[in-house]
Design a protein around this ligand. Structure first.
Ligand code: SAH
Ligand code: MG
Length: 211
């Protein structure tokens, strides 16, 4: 498939299923205004996560990598009224921008932003979770996966963004490329997981924890 056709089909899916409203547009604008990197999910990737959440009836979700709260808004919107999203970021600035965006989105009570290295924040979370979404520093993906396997309920979902690393997983050159390849291989071989990579956007690795 040509890149041009791929783009048209992504747009087709987005138009049908993942139209951005003013709130999501606002978050994109805030990301630019605060000089934050343009690396948030695409709209159709956000919609994919919502469908995964709805499939497992997710009420308690952890996100590793908040940025400005764009993906977090998609996630929180798929929660029930009494559901909770814990979203983790190492950057004080990103957390502050995201908190304001969640409040603007009317999601302030459903979302908690935890600041600090994710491995530390994860250690403070209690209970089990229906879904963990990983989208932060690629070097720690294997450790985030370990945590997720231990803290997702049986039948729950682990999802991870950038599984393709822009194509570099089939031709790894950097440490992060190799880490992602290692992450994908663990997902494929782990006895407690049933996984795959959904070839949408930059690749969404998805696994269900076995009952
Ligand atoms: N999920 C977001 C994008 C996340 S970008 C979205 O789609 O909207 C990756 C984020 O991970 C950045 O905000 C960065 O500050 C954060 N990050 C990087 N290293 C981290 C670490 N060790 N612990 C927690 N967050 C980290
Ligand atoms: Mg990403």
């Amino acid at each position: 498939m040509t890149d041009d056709l791929r783009q048209k089909l992504d747009q087709y899916v987005a138009d049908l299923f993942a139209q951005e409203d003013d709130v999501l547009q606002h978050i994109q604008n805030e990301t630019t205004r605060h000089d934050m990197p343009a690396i948030s999910l695409r709209d159709y990737e956000g919609r994919l996560l919502q469908i995964l959440m709805l499939a497992v009836g997710a009420r308690r979700v952890v996100e590793i990598g908040t940025l400005a709260g764009y993906s977090g808004t998609w996630l929180a919107r798929a929660l029930p009224e009494d559901g909770k999203l814990y979203t983790l970021d190492i950057s004080e600035k990103h957390a502050a921008v995201a908190r304001a965006n969640f409040i603007h989105a009317g999601l302030g009570s459903r979302v908690e932003v935890l600041v600090g290295p994710a491995l530390e924040s994860l250690g403070q979370l209690e209970g089990t979770f229906d879904m963990v979404f990983i989208d932060a520093d690629k070097g720690n993906y294997p450790l985030y996966l370990d945590w997720a396997i231990n803290n997702v309920r049986p039948g729950g979902i682990i999802a991870a963004h950038n599984a393709f690393r822009g194509g570099q997983v089939v031709n790894p050159t950097t440490m992060d490329d190799r880490n992602m390849d290692r992450f994908n291989r663990t997902l494929a071989q782990h006895p407690q997981l049933e996984g795959t990579i959904i070839g949408v956007g930059d690749g969404m690795a998805v696994a269900i924890k076995r009952a």
